[in-house]
Design a protein around this ligand. Structure first.
Ligand SMILES: Cc1cc2nc3c(=O)[nH]c(=O)nc-3n(C[C@H](O)[C@H](O)[C@H](O)COP(=O)(O)OP(=O)(O)OC[C@H]3O[C@@H](n4cnc5c(N)ncnc54)[C@H](O)[C@@H]3O)c2cc1C
Length: 214
């Protein structure tokens, strides 16, 4: 749905034939377009051919509520004297997917390690705490950076459609993206600068194994 770009509509099935349904969009675009998320969520579900039959008998069982998602689009300072910011407080949400449960838990683990190191060294200074920032950047920096690149690419729907076709049918690209997200592709920035990478994207890379159709 182009009106939601760069955002999305989600439907999470719940128990007892209920579902959590919502819209997400970047806050600067909401203000720029004067886009009313609550109103448009109801309009889309009632009118869009992809949803209207599915939601024809649906009943609203709760208030529609809004939440802000602090995205990790920029590099931010995550600690200082006697404090560390974890999860949403540290803006660690993936800018593409809006997800952060994993990063919130992981940053908590890293913060606990740092806290142990601080107690052992009896050093709670901003300088010593920087070890936390460095580790977060090492573990999550690439993923957040890539998420932001993809999020900005969403402004170009034609490019996205073209790339999705390539990605979907190209085993090399699928594996490459999966490795970045799984953190096992350490030097992806270097790789994408190589002509061979782009040759594999457009002309090679092997076929994807047959899977479910979207
Ligand atoms: C609608 C929606 C859908 C989402 N869907 C997904 C998803 O599908 N996948 C995903 O990975 N992420 C999703 N997220 C993001 C995810 O929920 C958050 O990124 C994640 O919960 C962050 O964890 P957190 O521990 O940092 O913060 P929170 O989960 O917000 O926890 C912070 C806690 O601190 C408490 N608190 C606040 N102030 C105080 C205070 N002064 N004193 C004591 N306690 C306080 C709050 O009550 C809360 O319990 C979604 C978010 C929203 C809003």
């Amino acid at each position: 749905m182009e009106e939601l770009i760069p955002g999305y509509l989600w439907i999470f099935p719940l128990a007892d034939r209920e579902a959590n349904v919502g819209l997400a969009m970047r806050s600067d675009k909401i203000s720029e377009r004067k886009y009313n998320l609550k109103h448009n969520l109801q309009r889309i579900l009632a009118e869009n051919p992809a949803f209207k039959d599915r939601f024809a008998q649906a009943e609203l069982v709760d208030d529609i509520r809004g939440f802000g998602l602090p995205m990790g689009s920029k590099k931010r300072k995550l600690s200082g004297e006697r404090y560390m910011l974890v999860g949403d407080a540290g803006h660690l949400i993936d800018p593409l997917t809006g997800e952060d449960i994993g990063n919130a838990i992981f940053s908590g683990v890293i913060a606990a390690d740092q806290a142990i190191a601080c107690v052992q060294a009896q050093d709670f200074s901003a300088r010593f705490m920087r070890g936390y920032d460095r580790r977060i950047r090492r573990v999550m920096g690439r993923e957040l950076q890539l998420g932001y690149v993809f999020q900005r690419m969403m402004f170009y729907p034609r490019l996205i459609r073209f790339l999705m076709k390539r990605v979907y049918n190209n085993r090399f690209v699928m594996d490459f993206l999966q490795d970045i997200y799984a953190d096992s592709q350490k030097n992806w920035v270097k790789q994408v600068k190589r002509p061979l990478f782009w040759w594999k994207v457009f002309w090679g890379g092997g076929k994807r194994e047959a899977g479910p159709e979207w």
